[in-house]
Design a protein around this ligand. Structure first.
Ligand code: BES
Ligand code: MN
Ligand code: ZN
Length: 495
C-alpha cells in the first residue's frame, strides 16, 4: 500500500538551515516581508532571497505560487522554494501552496519553515496528497529513488505539538485518499474481487465491522441483478460491507454504496479494444467508499456510516449474461438486459436494495463510474450529481465545493424514467445515447425506497484522469473521499 509521506512536526531551529538536505520552503507574504526564518535564509544566501523578492513583482503572483532558487550558495539544500502566501490565505490557497511543494518534492526531504503560516495543516495536506506515486509495479523505483532517507516532510513552527494534533484528521484523509488511489490504479489481474475483499477485510484492525457476502449468500437474497454481471467471470462476485459505529447506538447510519466492477470488458456487448485497459478503474465508486470508511475509522468519526460495495468482474464467456436476458433483482423487479455493458446499474440496484432493507439508513449516497455519457457532458472537471432530495444534494455539493472536488447537478424526471420501460420486463438496463447519465440514474431511482434521501454520483470522468489534477498526479484521483468525509462531519459531527 502507498503510504502518505511521513510528516515530522518540529520546533523551529534556524541553525539547521545551513546544512539541511533536500528542499527548504520559506513562506513570503505578497508584500515581501521576511520572517525570522526568511531572514536567516537571506543571510545564508548572501541576499539572494531579498534580490528575488525585489525582482519578482510578488504583488502579481497568485497565493500559493512558488518560485524556486536552485542550488543556493551558502546552503547544503538543493533548492529553496519561495512560497507566496498571505497571512490571510484561505484553506484552498494554503493547499495550493502545499500542492506546489508536493509536486516539486520528487522524493527529496522537504523542510517547511512554517512559523508564520496561518493554516499549516492545509499546506501539509496539499503537499502530502500531491506527492502520491503509484510505484507498486515499478521494479526500479524502489531502489533508485529514495535510498536511505524516506524524504519526509518536516514542518518547523513555534507550536509543533498543537499543529500535530490538528493535522491528525487531515492525515487520516490523506490515508483514505491514498487507499482509494491504490485500489483504482491497481490492474485487474492484481485487484481481483477476492483481493479487493481482502483489502477491505484487513480494515477490521481499524475498528470497522466487515461482512462479506459470497455468491451463495447473494443467491439466498435473490440478488439476480448483481449475480448476472459476474456470472461470466472466473472471479467470484462479492458484496462487502464496512460498518463504522462512531455515533449513538440507536442512530440510523448514512449508507455509502459503491460500484466495484474490477474490470469491465462490456461482457457479450464487448467494448472496442482501444482504451479498454482504462476499465481497470471501473471499481472507482467502491474504491472511494472504501477510502472514506478508512478515513472515518482512522479519525474516529463521531457518526454512524455503513459502506457497501458490489465487487464483480464483467467478462464475456459461455456462462455470461446475453443481451436480451431477463433477470430478477432483489427488489423483485425484472430487468431486461439490453446491453451487458450497462452493468454498473445492475450491481448498484441490488446493493442499494440490500442496504435499505438491512440497515434502514437515514440517507444513501452511491458512487459509480457509471456512464461514458457523463464524460461527454462534464468532462473530467465535475462529477455528475443526481438526487431526489434537495437537502442532502446541497449538502453534498457544498462539501465537494469546500474540498475543491468538482460536482455539478443534473436533473431527474419522469420523462427520462419512461425511456427505460421494457417491452417484456419491468425495466430495461439501457435507454440508448440521449441523456445517458440521467437515464442511468432513473434506473437506479427505481431501487430507492419511498422517502429515502438519495444522491447518485457518476464519477466516470473524475475517478481517474490522464493529466495531473490539483491534488493528484495523472491516474487515480481519489475524487470524493474528501467531500464525503466532510459531508459526514457536516451532517453528524457539528455538536
Ligand atoms: N464503466 C462504463 C462507463 C465508463 C465509461 C466509465 C468510460 C469510465 C469511462 C459503464 O459500465 C458503461 O459501459 N456504460 C455504458 C452504458 C451504455 C451501454 C448504456 C456507456 O456509457 O457506454
Ligand atoms: Mn460497462
Ligand atoms: Zn462499467
Amino acid at each position: 500500500m502507498t503510504r502518505p509521506l511521513p510528516v515530522v512536526f518540529a520546533e523551529t531551529d534556524l541553525d539547521v538551515l545551513a546544512t539541511a538536505p533536500g528542499r527548504i520552503a520559506v513562506i513570503i507574504p505578497p508584500e515581501g516581508k521576511l520572517d525570522a526564518g526568511a531572514r536567516r535564509i537571506n543571510r545564508l544566501t548572501r541576499g539572494t532571497l531579498a534580490r528575488l523578492i525585489e525582482a519578482a513583482a510578488l504583488g502579481e503572483k497568485k497565493p500559493g505560487d512558488v518560485i524556486t532558487i536552485n542550488w543556493p550558495t551558502g546552503m547544503a539544500a538543493e533548492a529553496v522554494d519561495v512560497v507566496i502566501l498571505p497571512r490571510s490565505a484561505s484553506p484552498a490557497e494554503s493547499r495550493r501552496a502545499g500542492v506546489a511543494l508536493g509536486r516539486l518534492k520528487n522524493g527529496k526531504p522537504l523542510l517547511i519553515l512554517g512559523a508564520s503560516l496561518r493554516r499549516p495543516v492545509d499546506v501539509i495536506l496539499g503537499a502530502v496528497l500531491r506527492a502520491y506515486e503509484f510505484t507498486t509495479h515499478k521494479t526500479k523505483a524502489k531502489t533508485d529513488k529514495t535510498p536511505e532517507e524516506p524524504g519526509a516532510i518536516t514542518l518547523m513552527s513555534g507550536k509543533p505539538d498543537e499543529i500535530e494534533s490538528e493535522a491528525a484528521p487531515a492525515l487520516a484523509v490523506a490515508e483514505g485518499v491514498f487507499f482509494t488511489r491504490d485500489l483504482v490504479n491497481e490492474p485487474a489481474n492484481h485487484l481481483t474481487t477476492t483481493e479487493f475483499a481482502n483489502r477491505i477485510t484487513a480494515m477490521q484492525d481499524l475498528g470497522l465491522k466487515i461482512t462479506v457476502l459470497e455468491e451463495s449468500d447473494m443467491e439466498k437474497f435473490g440478488m439476480g441483478a448483481i449475480l448476472s454481471v459476474g456470472q461470466g467471470s472466473a472471479s467470484p462476485s462479492k458484496l462487502a460491507v464496512m460498518e463504522w459505529q462512531g455515533g449513538a447506538a440507536d442512530e440510523a447510519p448514512l449508507a455509502l454504496i459503491g460500484k466495484g466492477v474490477v474490470f469491465d470488458t462490456g461482457g457479450i456487448s464487448i467494448k472496442p479494444a482501444a482504451g479498454m485497459e482504462e476499465m481497470t478503474m471501473d471499481m472507482g465508486g467502491a474504491g472511494v467508499v472504501a477510502g472514506v470508511m478508512r478515513t472515518l475509522a482512522l479519525r474516529k468519526a463521531r457518526a454512524n456510516v455503513v459502506g457497501l460495495v458490489g465487487l464483480v468482474e464483467n467478462m464475456p464467456s459461455d456462462r455470461a449474461t446475453r443481451p436480451g436476458d431477463v433477470v430478477t433483482s432483489m427488489k423483485g423487479d425484472t430487468i431486461e438486459v439490453i446491453n451487458t455493458d450497462a452493468e454498473g446499474r445492475l450491481v448498484l440496484a441490488d446493493v442499494m436494495w440490500y442496504a435499505q432493507e438491512t440497515y434502514k439508513p437515514r440517507g444513501m449516497v452511491d458512487l459509480a463510474t457509471l456512464t461514458g455519457a457523463c464524460i461527454v457532458a462534464l468532462g473530467h472537471e465535475n462529477a455528475a450529481v443526481l438526487s431526489n432530495n434537495d437537502g442532502l444534494c446541497n449538502a453534498v455539493l457544498r462539501a465537494a465545493k469546500v474540498e475543491g472536488e468538482g460536482a455539478w447537478r443534473l436533473p431527474l424526471g419522469q420523462g427520462y424514467a419512461d425511456i427505460m420501460k421494457s417491452q417484456i420486463a419491468d425495466v430495461k438496463n439501457s435507454g440508448g445515447r440521449p441523456a445517458g447519465t440521467i437515464t442511468a440514474a432513473e434506473f437506479l431511482h427505481r431501487f430507492v425506497q419511498d422517502g429515502m434521501p438519495w444522491v447518485h454520483l457518476d464519477i466516470a470522468g473524475v475517478a481517474s484522469v490522464k493529466a495531473d489534477t490539483t491534488y493528484a498526479p495523472k491516474g487515480a484521483t481519489g475524487w470524493g473521499v474528501m467531500a464525503l468525509n466532510r459531508l459526514v462531519a457536516d451532517l453528524f459531527e457539528q455538536s
